[in-house]
Design a protein around this ligand. Structure first.
Ligand SMILES: O=c1nc[nH]c2cc3[nH]c(NCCN4CCCCC4)nc3cc12
Length: 372
């Protein structure tokens, strides 16, 4: 078992501050992973991503296997070389994207078959092939192949998908090449059913992974249901391994999930919203398409260290967004990723100082203020 050497640095009730070492550098938690789907964090250079304080980025097996192809990235030295990102990279295993993007999908015991959303070509994705693809990409953290159900779903469907994912977890582990500083994460499924979640968490722990993801959430359920599922899942995960909540989320999701024991997050929200003119700030999101910003000389947040938040007027950002200028996406993505990283940094300090719940309350109050 190659360990990442996850260290618990501080706890505040269920909230954790931790650190683990990987072959591509250390990861301090709680942490947010910018999404770099097609080997790029959209509208960012990797230096700009680094400037926000991001330590680890996410890549997608589904997209990269279709284009440019896993073997090609492998021949070119792997994702770190290809996209010039020396830090850790986590790759999702492809199942979720197959179910949300591909056409003519079919799930069997063996794996998933689907038609590419790019050119309609047929593809096969088994637990073994997904592990092989992620190895060719040289992923620092590899994810097992799993089946993520859309919610709501009947309990018997939740049980079927959870048990299939457990069998695929064992096959993924079998196919994974253990290497120092690299790790394979299992993914807990089970919908919103506490008993299924416990069985999934315990089943994964018997197989043994370097980290554990909570999957099957952020698929349309209300925030309260997501939090209740975390309350029913995290206590059954080993305390000495990182915990990753997949696809989450908006800022209040991250704060509530950290309080419930989650260490790692990924979500397209800060980058995708940046491209639609939305800016995340301490006082909630600001829609820079809105004409009310046309003459506003103030920056988004003069207290921020992010140049996009501190050095440009809202009037200028509004002008860029209305004009459809590329720089609008660049500056707003930069602001949003910086905001997410700053939120994780502040949560980490609050946990160290034993004031995580007070931080969460103050965060909610400031967000509710709304933009001035
Ligand atoms: O259960 C999962 N297994 C593997 N990968 C996943 C990825 C996921 N991504 C999400 N949610 C993404 C939600 N996101 C929010 C912003 C807009 C686009 C969709 N749930 C996930 C569950 C899983």
């Amino acid at each position: 078992m190659t360990e990442f050497g996850y260290q618990l640095l501080a706890t505040d009730k269920a909230a954790r501050r931790g650190r683990f070492a990987t072959a591509h550098g250390p990861i301090e938690t709680p942490c947010f992973m910018p999404v770099g789907t097609a080997a790029t964090v959209k509208a960012m250079t990797m230096d700009m991503v680094r400037s926000t304080g991001a330590q680890i980025v996410l890549g997608n097996t589904y997209h990269l296997m279709l284009r440019p192809g896993a073997e090609r990235v492998g021949r070119l030295g792997g994702l770190h070389e290809f996209m010039r990102w020396p830090g850790p990279i986590l790759t999702d295993s492809g199942g979720f994207q197959v179910m949300s993007l591909a056409e003519r999908r079919k799930i069997t015991e063996r794996g998933v078959t689907f038609s590419s959303h790019i050119d309609g070509a047929r593809h096969d994705l088994t637990p073994e092939r997904s592990i092989e693809i992620q190895h060719l990409l040289d992923a620092t953290i590899t994810m097992q192949l799993d089946e993520c159900l859309k919610l709501p779903a009947p309990r018997r469907e939740m049980e079927r998908a959870m048990e299939l994912s457990l069998r695929w977890a064992a096959r993924s582990k079998e196919a994974f090449t253990a290497r120092e500083g690299y790790g394979l994460f299992g993914i807990v499924q089970g919908g919103i059913d506490p008993e299924l979640r416990r069985r999934s968490a315990e089943g994964l722990q018997e197989i043994g992974f370097e980290g554990y993801a909570v999957g099957g959430l952020a698929v349309g359920e209300p925030q309260a249901e997501m939090f209740a599922t975390l309350d029913a899942t995290c206590p059954f995960l080993p305390g000495d391994r990182p915990r990753y909540l997949m696809g989450v989320g908006k800022p209040s999701d991250l704060v509530g999930a950290v309080l419930r024991g989650i260490d790692m997050f990924d979500c397209v929200m800060p980058t995708r919203s940046g491209r639609t003119g939305q800016a995340f700030t301490r006082r909630g999101t600001v829609n820079l398409r809105n004409a009310r910003h046309a003459d506003d000389p103030r920056p988004l947040d003069e207290t921020s260290d992010c140049p996009a938040a501190r050095d440009y007027s809202r009037a200028y950002l509004h002008h860029l967004v209305k004009s459809g200028e590329i720089l609008a996406s660049i500056l707003l993505t930069w602001n949003n990723l910086w905001y997410y990283q700053q939120l994780m940094r502040e949560m980490g300090v609050a946990i160290e100082e034993g004031r995580a719940e007070a931080f969460a309350a103050a965060f909610a109050e400031e967000q509710a203020l709304g933009d001035i």
